[in-house]
Design a binder for this molecule. Structure first.
Ligand code: SAM
Length: 205
């Protein structure tokens, strides 16, 4: 397991990283990637949407282009990250909690989205099944995860820090969570990193 696949360490890391996060994140997460994440959630007007690991609100902002801020529930482990999201989008409903233990009833949301957070969850399978549990039948669960680097040296280093699941691994977690009509796209912020992440979407049965 990578060093940051630990809730206490991930939370401490983001406490400090939040100071520069908004300058670094756009290097790895382009507008097109953000639009694809939101598109794959198939949102409609009036939907109630959960975002897990909202960070400073990049993806939250994309979701707010489709549904009212008041219809978004955004959760994260790190208050320093969420503080920035609150400044950016004050009318979203924020809650500090763990992706693997979501404090919501079954079938609460029309869709659930998590971009760039699963790599810190010690039990990603549990996190995905939690997102599926709180999403209504017919709703979509969308995850963006970093893909395994192809260079073996880079891969070894990267995996010592956090999780880089294969696309196949993500699909098997979606299958285990009972998600259907699974679709995925591999993409990146530029030509050099054209398959940096996988964005995967599945429908709750
Ligand atoms: C890369 S950042 C946020 C990405 C954000 N979704 C965006 O669009 O920029 C990852 C976030 O996941 C949060 N996180 C890590 N582990 C978590 C967990 N177990 N439960 C909830 N949030 C978690 C971190 O606090 C951090 O803010």
């Amino acid at each position: 397991m990578g060093l940051l696949e630990d809730k206490v360490r991930a939370r401490k890391f983001y406490k400090y990283f939040s100071k520069v996060y908004d300058r670094i994140n756009p290097i790895f997460y382009s507008q097109k990637m953000l639009e694809k994440v939101v598109e794959m959630a198939e949102l409609s007007d009036g939907d109630i949407v959960l975002e897990v690991g909202c960070g400073t609100g990049f993806t939250t902002y994309g979701i707010s282009k489709k549904v009212l801020q008041e219809n978004i529930f955004a959760v994260d482990l790190t208050p320093e990250q969420m503080k920035k999201a609150i400044d950016r989008l004050p009318n979203v409903n924020y809650l500090r909690c763990d992706a693997e233990n979501l404090p919501f009833k079954d079938d609460t949301f029309d869709a659930s989205i998590s971009a760039g957070s699963i790599e810190y969850w010690p039990n990603p399978k549990k996190g995905i099944s939690e997102m599926a549990r709180v999403t209504k039948p017919g709703g979509r669960v969308v995850i963006l995860a970093p893909r395994k680097p192809s260079n073996p040296v880079v891969r070894r280093f990267a995996e010592s820090v956090m999780l880089f699941p294969s696309t196949q691994q993500c699909i098997s977690w979606y299958d285990s969570a009972g998600l259907e009509n699974i679709r995925f796209v591999e993409m990146g912020p530029n030509r050099l990193w054209s398959k940096l992440v996988v964005i995967i979407s599945g429908e709750v049965r």
